[in-house]
Each structure stands twice: as C-alpha cells, then as structure tokens.
Unconditional design. Structure first.
Ligand code: SIN
Length: 537
C-alpha cells in the first residue's frame, strides 16, 4: 500500500495530524489495537491552556504558563519549544472544539482546573475523562474524512530506510513493515513521510498508569532506524495510582487518580493522617510531580507502609460524584467510597519526557521521519513535564509538523518513483511455541526497571540493570530471529530496547535533575545541564 502520509499511532497527536494532512494527500493511520485504546483515551486531567483574557483566570498570562513549564523542567527545557507550544494553546482549543470536543463550562465560561506546578487555574477538562472525550471526537472526525484510512490492530515491526535497502548515501525513510495482528500477515506501507505518534513506554515498569499498548514502540522503531534519541532517563512517575494489592485485571492495577483531585483540595497524608509533603515543599500535595513522587517514595520507605493516602473526605458530600464521576464510580467498583474513605495510592510510571529527538517542527534526524506527542523529545518537558501539557503538545506539534513538512517537501504527493521495497520474508522460522520465554522476559524487564531504575537511582543499581538487560536483549534477539513475528514478540523486543535506552541515558547523567534522582550524585550540576542524546550509528 502506498500513502502520502503514514501515521503510526492514533492518539491526539496522530489524529490531529491526520485531520490536517488529509487536505494535502492520502493519510493512513495505524492504531496498534482498537482506536479507543490509546494513551490519550486514558487521560483524565485535561489540557493546559491560557485562553483569551475574558476566558482565563484573572491574572494568568501566557508568560506564567511558560514560566511554570520551565520551572517544572528544572533547567532542561528548550525555551523556544516551550513558547511555541504554550502560545499555540488557544488555537488548539479552537481546533478541538471544531472537531466536536466538549469541555466543561459554568455558564458562559470554561471551567478551569488546577494541577501541580501550575500557578493558576488553566486546565480545560471534560469531567475526569478528558482524553476519552478528545479521542471520541477526533476518531469521529477522522472517520468522516474521505482521505483518511484508519486501520486497527496494526503493529509496526520496522521502519524501512534507504540504508537498510543498501543505499550508502542520503539515508531516508521509505515506509514500514507492519503486522496485521488479526491475520498474522505482514504488510508493506510505502510512504516518504512517516509520522511516529505512538505514545510512551509506561509498560517498561512493573507499575504504570498506562494502557497495555504503551510499550515504547516509536522510540524503538526510530532507534533501530538510526534516529537520535534524547533524555530517556526522565520518566515521570505519577504520585497517585490507586493502590489495590488484591487486584487482578490491568484496569484495577493501573488506575490513575487524577492530579486534578489534588487541584480541587485533595490532600496526601500518611497512615497517621500527617501531611508529609509539606515538610518537603511549601506547595505540599500540589508541588510538581517529581517532588511529590519522591516525597511519597521517601515516606513509604521511612514508615514501611505499603502506600500513602489521598484524602478527599473533607470535601462536601456529592463533590467527587459530580466533578470526578469516573474516578468516584471506578473506586466504588473496587469497594472504596472516596467521599467517606481515604484513597490508598502509590506512585507509578506515567509519562516519558524524553523520546525521539526532534526540532520544533517534529523533524527527527532521519529524513522523512517525524515524531509528535509523547514519543517525541521536543524540549517542552525538559527534566520533568508540567501536568496537562502533553495533550496540548500533541495537537500543537501535529500542526507544526504538517506545516514544516509542506515547507520542506511541498504539498505534492509522495515520491512518484520510490525505490522497490521487498516484501517481508518470514524465512525459515518456527511458530512461537514457548510463550513462557516471552512472559518470563517481559516480567523480568518490568521488575528490574522498577527495582533498579525508578524514582530513586544509584550507580550500582543502574550498572546491574544494564548488565541484566544486555543478556535479555541477546535472548530476545535470538527469539525474534528464530520465530514467526507476533504482537508479544514485537512488544518484548521494543520493551527491552527502550528499557536499555532509559538505563543508558540514566548512566550518562552524573547529577540529579528533575525526574532523574540518584543518591550517588544528589544535586544538580550546572556543567551537566544538557540533553542526553544517543544514536545507534
Ligand atoms: C492526571 O490527570 O493527573 C494526569 C494529567 C497529566 O498527566 O498531565
């Protein structure tokens, strides 16, 4: 199949891009699972935006949003990217509304929520299922756009580049080999403009707020194709994942309790009811996430308790039911009435602040390859993402990437004389009969990342993780080359690649900054204040 724009990923970034690009040519969007299974669809909190003066909180300015983002990013943001993205918020909200997104209002005005690190109320939301509302509207709009082909259950195996086909000059992307998870067949998608919008890599960790699809596919694909990767040491841990030790299903284990709950007065306390975060930062429960997650980690280790608590029992009866109906109902399903009982919570892996290195137009270091949304490292987040900046980034960067592409390549069709691309060869391989090998390695990666490479790190633990991952990579490589590809093998191969990149970046950073905290180098070092950029070749 040949397409003008090949979009891998169907969250806010991928769909926003597709809806714009469809005016310029044919667009194929590949969703890894079903369309509503993206990370976007799981987002609860909302989208940060400083609106025109009559709509914003009194005193708030775009400059304040820029400053809050830079503060959270702990010195590592690219200020130009921060400004472009924050300034694009107004257009983003108009764009989403034009596609049918409904944001909550009180009378004539938007309701604005607050989250950690924001100096003002500026989070637009749709109750506590903002992501689901955005996904619903964008999927609907894309379905009604004739130039867009939406394909579900498609897992990208490998990007096709001219160098992989033997060219020694002018390396560029030519398309992708993609597994149809339903039929088991591998298809070739030809396109000289490939847009990675695959989301993050939360599943690299044992505990995560992310859906099962978040296996770092985009970073792994780009890395294997030779694109530069940056800042993977900065994995954000969300402070308040529901602690539910008896849980069995993924929903029960990964259930996020939105930071917006703290924005509306929820307080983090220990088992004795003490507000321990206040001892660490005067902003207490609403300090930026890196600070709050570390405070919880410290409290759990200090007291030996398995969790801390988010307390909203002081809010008026009915408040949680009305403002956070999804959280209220879900917790009730798990046997907890949060209007009467404190919510047990623990930190869990939530967001990948680094990723495929791009410029402010989503361009990667590989010609024809673009990355937008969580998979990309634009410089917006620096060493720690400000809450609710990511849906904004996904939409703004979709616009910028398309404009940049049109500027670089013109509005025309994809290359009319592409080099011939061979069909995928399964080769003389076996059907994967020992699934236990896959599951064992999968569990081992996630457990070792949690134990050795999570909120608090040390040189020694990172070295152990690197050594173990080297062996796992070798085993996974042998398994991959010896067996017919399926989704489990592909995800495992990506997980081990991305875990190794996180560890490699963490080893290189000899300081503590933002989300990367190591006991061996516990302070920030101005001389180390730069991006960690790595390339395969
Ligand atoms: C949340 O609702 O707490 C998540 C918001 C975000 O990660 O930006």
């Amino acid at each position: 199949m040949t397409t003008d724009f090949l979009v891998i990923g169907a969250g806010i970034a991928g769909l926003s891009f597709a809806l714009k690009a469809a005016k310029h040519g044919s667009v194929t969007v590949l969703a890894k699972g079903k369309l509503m299974e993206s990370n976007t669809a799981w987002a609860q909190g909302g989208i940060a935006a400083v609106l025109p003066e009559e709509e914003r909180e009194a005193g708030d300015t775009v400059e304040d949003h820029v400053r809050d983002t830079l503060d959270a990013g702990a010195g590592l943001c690219n200020e130009a990217a921060v400004r472009l993205i924050v300034e694009g918020a107004d257009e983003t909200i108009d764009d989403l509304i034009a596609h049918g997104v409904h944001f909550d209002r009180s009378g004539d005005h938007f309701q604005l929520g607050k989250e950690g690190g924001h100096s003002h109320r500026r989070i637009l939301h749709s109750r506590d299922t903002t992501g689901r509302e955005i996904a619903r509207a964008l999927i609907g709009a894309a379905r009604n756009t004739p130039n867009i082909t939406l394909l579900e259950d498609r897992v990208a195996i490998e990007l096709i580049t001219s160098s992989k086909l033997g060219s020694l000059t002018d390396d560029r992307v030519l398309g992708a080999y993609v597994l149809d998870a339903e039929s088991g067949e591998v298809e070739v998608f030809r396109s000289d403009r490939v847009i990675l919008a695959t989301g993050g890599c939360g599943k690299v960790y044992l505990y995560t707020t992310n859906p099962d699809s978040a296996t770092g596919d985009g970073v792994a694909l780009a890395w294997r194709a030779g694109a530069a990767i940056a800042n993977m040491e900065f994995i954000q841990f969300h402070p308040t994942c529901f602690y539910n030790p008896g849980a069995t299903g993924p929903e029960a284990r990964s259930f996020l309790v939105s930071e917006a709950v703290r924005g509306e007065g929820g307080i983090l306390v220990n088992a004795k009811g003490e507000e321990f975060t206040k001892k660490i930062d005067p902003r207490g429960s609403l300090a930026p996430r890196d600070i709050v997650a570390r405070a919880i980690d410290r409290e759990i280790k200090r007291t030996g308790a398995p969790c801390v608590y988010l307390d909203v029992t002081h809010k008026p009866p009915g408040f949680m039911r009305e403002r956070f109906p999804f959280i209220y109902e879900t917790l009730l399903k798990f046997g907890l009435d949060c209007e009467k009982q404190r919510i047990p919570v623990v930190p869990a892996a939530h967001y990948q602040c680094g990723g495929v290195s791009t410029d402010v137009d989503g361009k990667t270091t590989l010609k024809g390859l673009f990355a937008i949304g969580e998979v990309a490292c634009t410089g917006l987040h620096g060493a720690n993402r400000l809450a609710s900046n990511s849906l904004l980034e996904g939409n703004v960067m979709a616009r910028r990437a398309l404009d940049g592409m049109i500027r670089s390549y013109g509005p025309g069709k994809a290359d009319s004389t592409p080099p011939p691309i061979p069909e995928w060869e399964h080769g003389d391989v076996a059907e994967p009969d020992e699934l236990v090998v896959i599951y064992h390695n999968w569990d081992e990666i996630r457990r070792l990342m949690w134990d050795y490479v999570s909120i608090v790190r040390t040189d020694n633990r990172l070295r152990r993780a690197a050594a173990r991952l080297r062996n796992l990579k070798k085993e996974v490589r042998e398994f991959y080359w010896g067996h017919r590809v399926n989704v489990d093998i592909l995800e495992l191969r990506n997980l081990v690649a991305v875990a190794s990149l996180v560890v490699e970046c963490a080893i290189r950073r000899k300081e503590s900054r933002g989300l990367h905290f190591t006991l061996d180098h516990p302070t920030a070092d101005q001389a180390s204040c730069r991006d960690t950029v790595i390339r395969k070749f």
